[in-house]
Design a protein around this ligand. Sequence first.
Ligand code: PMT
Length: 223
Amino acid sequence: TESDCLKGKKVLVTAGGTQEPLDPVRYLGNRSSGRMGYAVAQALQEAGAETILVSAPTDLPAPQGVRRVSVQTALEMHDAVLENFANLDVVVKAAAVADYRPATQAEQKIKKDGTNRTIELVPNPDILAELGRRKTSQVLIGFAAETENLLANAQEKMHRKNVDLLVANDVTKPGAGFGSLTNIVSFLFPDGRRIDFPQMSKLEVAQNLVGEIANLLGRNKGV
Ligand code: PMT
């Protein structure tokens, strides 16, 4: 990709796994390290974009020059993304967002009493689907983390969430998905086009993604 192909573009990336509190010391979480989303933010920044990184808790340092907004829960991530959406050219949703949160959050640490417990869960908003309904000229990129029927499930998500490009990863493969330094992905497009990539570093996946984003932005402008 050209070094400044996204110059002047405003982009937002989400990364990491949301944490949904049960009480002051416990939460429901997932295995996302944030690496994939952070790599995307770095690659976009290096391509000249003005980059906001809405990050769930991770151990990673913010990439140079990126504005990081830290959130914990899916609801906080929802608000941080929606607040910025109208002014953005591109959104990349690499975060692993909790589909459910505990119905209540105990004010004090929950005590054990030897009995069985049930946690009631209520659905979180689907941030990407909401962006898909609201989008005007924004380029919208989704991810799909699948453990079975990768392409069929990813294609269904692409259409249901109205994204312009969906990055599908089979998170059961060694060297792909949660936590690893590398990923194995396919890019799916609404016109049926598909690009399958071999295993590569998450930064290389991100750089390939930046190239496609530049193409999609060009197409929107009619270039
Ligand atoms: O962070 P790493 O350790 O590097 O791992 C990378 C990754 C596996 C987390 C990443 O590559 C990835 O696949 N991210 C998406 C994970 C996910 O939640 O996938 P999903 O298939 O459940 O969701 C589909 C899409 O909808 C995603 O873009 C997700 O951000 C979005 N979503 C999901 C639920 C929800 N309530 N709101 C959303 O916006």
